[in-house]
Design a protein around this ligand. Structure first.
Ligand code: GDP
Length: 140
């Protein structure tokens, strides 16, 4: 399997509850390496741009409000098959459906406050990484 990079975001419910280290431990235990990381805030406009694919969905406004409601931690994770591995560790979008041991099963409060974001394909990963990081900020 190829070495990949994927974009991870620890959402505002993770920073609010001070559990970013616990989440990072899960990534590292699974063999993913954090090769870039920045705690930041996204504006509502940036959230709308980042999640533009969902703009017709009924949850779009709430999603963008939530993502701009507090600090987030944007990260690039690197490893063998990183995109799928990261999605597997995150668990299903709705924490009620997330498998035991996944981040969303363990930590998420609801489908809205679901703690983590992860790119869903190689193409999206490249685009989403560019959204947050310059190539020189990624140190593998
Ligand atoms: P993800 O890749 O698992 O994060 O899911 P998506 O990319 O499909 O959706 C982006 C985010 O929008 C999710 O993480 C949820 O917080 C939210 N979301 C997705 N589907 C729903 C839904 O049916 N209802 C609500 N309230 N939020 C949703």
């Amino acid at each position: 399997m190829a070495c990949e990079r994927t974009l991870s975001i620890l959402k505002p419910d993770a920073t609010a509850r001070n559990i970013t280290g616990k989440i990072n431990a899960k990534f590292e235990e699974a063999g993913l390496r954090i090769v870039a990381q920045r705690r930041t805030r996204v504006t509502r406009e940036e959230a709308e741009q980042f999640y533009a694919i969902h703009k017709e969905r009924p949850f779009f406004a709430d999603l963008c409000s939530f993502m701009s409601s507090g600090p987030v931690v944007a990260q690039v994770l690197e490893g063998e098959g990183a995109i799928k591995k990261h999605r597997d560790i995150m668990g299903a979008t709705n924490p009620k459906e997330a498998a035991p041991g996944t981040i969303r099963a363990e930590f998420s409060l609801s489908i809205d406050e679901n703690t983590v974001h992860g790119s869903d394909s190689a193409e999206t990963a490249a685009e989403e990484i560019r959204f947050f990081f310059r190539e020189t900020e990624i140190v593998g």
